[in-house]
Design a protein around this ligand. Structure first.
Ligand SMILES: [Zn+2]
Length: 130
C-alpha cells in the first residue's frame, strides 16, 4: 500500500522534528569541537539556510560525530525524497515501504525484506570485493 497523503504528512513532521533536534545537538557539538562559540555562520534557528548547514557539516566532518551526522544525512535525504515524491519507495525493489516501518525509522531506504537481505549480504563493515 502506498502512503496516504495524511501518512506522508505525519512522517514529514516526524522527520522535521528529529532533524531539528539532531541539528541543534550537532551545532552544540560543533561549537564545542572548535572551542569557540558557533555564532558567525548560523543563527539560532535550525532552518537558517542551506549554506549554514553546509558549513556545519564541513565542521562536523572534522569532529568525531559520525553516527549523529549519518542519521542527520539520512533524514536530509528522506526530506529530499519526500519533495521528489519518492519517499516510502524501496530503493532496491521499488515496492512500498510500510508505514509502520517508516514511523519507527523515518530515514528507511528499503522495505523490510530488502533491508534484511542487505544486512545479511553486506553485514556491518564493508568488505573488499577482491
Ligand atoms: Zn524492497
Amino acid at each position: 500500500m502506498p502512503l496516504t497523503q495524511h501518512q506522508t504528512k505525519e512522517l514529514g513532521k516526524l522527520i522535521d522534528q528529529r532533524r531539528n533536534t539532531l541539528l541543534a545537538a550537532l551545532q552544540k557539538d560543533a561549537a564545542r569541537a572548535r572551542e569557540q562559540p558557533y555564532a558567525e555562520h548560523a543563527g539560532p534557528a535550525p532552518d537558517s539556510g542551506d549554506e549554514s548547514v553546509a558549513t556545519l557539516i564541513a565542521d562536523l566532518e572534522q569532529a568525531d560525530l559520525t553516527r549523529d551526522l549519518d542519521e542527520f544525512r539520512g533524514l536530509e535525504a528522506a526530506r529530499a525524497r519526500m519533495k521528489e515524491g519518492e519517499y516510502g519507495i524501496c530503493m532496491d525493489c521499488g515496492s512500498d515501504v510500510v508505514f509502520e516501518r517508516l514511523k519507527a525509522f523515518p530515514a528507511a531506504l528499503r522495505c523490510v525484506q530488502c533491508q534484511e537481505w542487505h544486512e545479511k549480504t553486506y553485514g556491518g563493515e564493508p568488505k573488499p570485493s577482491l
